[in-house]
Write a protein that binds this ligand. Structure first.
Ligand code: SAM
Length: 289
């Protein structure tokens, strides 16, 4: 079990199938067992759980998931990897290989069909070129989730965890923290992958909230306000909101909202907490309705 994690076994299987890495799919395969064990421990998978793996590659992590979970759905875009996966996962009865683009799939329906709509766990060594669309897609389409344990670029993990007033804090921090509590599980250097990526990586576990930590009248509006506030990073919150074509707020309206929160009109978006953005969003809601 799990022997693919050894670099020599990975090389053997790649040669057997004459596999060529495709840069455009962010293919960097994990070859470090200690890191793999940390991912599996962080995801804390139980034997009755449904796990969705995004981008199984040659099935290295999938083997570990199959050993621990009740059922694994592994979604891989690269059709050249499907025969490989059929081989490396051939001895498992609790896995389904799906050849598709994760961004084009209706994951809610999959969870409904395969897990009776009950919350699932997502575990993945993500393709870095689409980290944010994948995570936001899962959250915004309200896929029932217990946790999302993912390998991402180190800087992206830092942005997810960032707190107000720091350089990394922004729309991604607020979006992730609205849906989940992020916890760093491991830092992973490039030599743990084949081929080596140019960047350092981090495993982050996002423990999903049953209920968001703030309640708002309109979730879409909250994220529209957040995006507008960070669109022009060095500008004030007031300017960011005013320049947003979608929101169409006058300077007077914006000043009224900001001072109504007890904040100075010169404040920048990066100083506001999620709670303050929620209040701001509800004030904007009251104004436009
Ligand atoms: N899980 C493997 C591992 O840890 O060794 C491979 C991880 S590799 C970083 C990312 C994987 O995601 C690749 O197998 C790649 O082909 C796949 N992938 C890239 N874009 C995808 C997409 N849009 N939908 C599904 N899989 C994708």
């Amino acid at each position: 079990m799990g022997e693919l994690i050894q670099p020599q076994k990975t090389i053997e299987i790649l040669q057997k199938y004459k596999f060529h890495f495709q840069k455009r799919y962010g293919q960097n395969f994990l070859i470090d067992e200690r890191v793999m064990q940390k991912i599996i421990a962080a995801a804390s998978i139980q034997s009755d759980e449904f796990v969705l793996e995004i981008g199984p590659g040659i099935g290295t992590m999938t083997q570990f998931l199959c050993e621990n979970a009740g059922y694994v759905a592994a979604v891989e875009i690269d059709q050249n990897l499907i025969p490989v996966l059929q081989d490396t996962l051939g001895s498992y009865r609790n896995v389904e290989i799906i050849n598709n683009d994760i961004l084009k799939m209706d994951i809610r329906s999959l969870v409904e069909e395969k897990n009776g709509g009950q919350p699932i766990k997502v575990v993945a060594n993500l393709p870095y070129y689409i980290t944010t669309p994948i995570l936001m897609g899962l959250f915004e389409s309200h896929v029932p989730l217990k946790s999302v344990t993912v390998m991402v670029q180190k800087e992206v993990a830092e942005r997810m965890k960032a707190v107000p007033g720091t350089k990394d804090y922004g729309a991604l921090s607020l979006a992730v923290q609205y849906y989940a509590a992020p916890e760093i599980a491991a830092h992973v250097p490039p030599n743990c992958f084949m081929p080596r990526p140019k960047v350092a990586s981090t495993v982050i576990c996002l423990k999903c909230h049953e209920k968001p930590p703030v309640q708002v009248k309109d979730e879409r509006l909250l994220f529209a306000v957040i995006r507008a506030s960070f669109n022009q990073r060095r500008k004030t919150l007031a300017n960011g909101l005013h320049n947003d074509v979608q929101l169409q707020l006058s300077k007077g309206q914006i000043q009224y909202c900001i001072t109504g929160l007890g904040l100075p009109v010169s404040i920048r978006g990066e100083a506001l907490t999620l709670e303050q953005f929620a209040k701001l969003s509800d004030m904007v809601y009251a104004m436009i309705h």
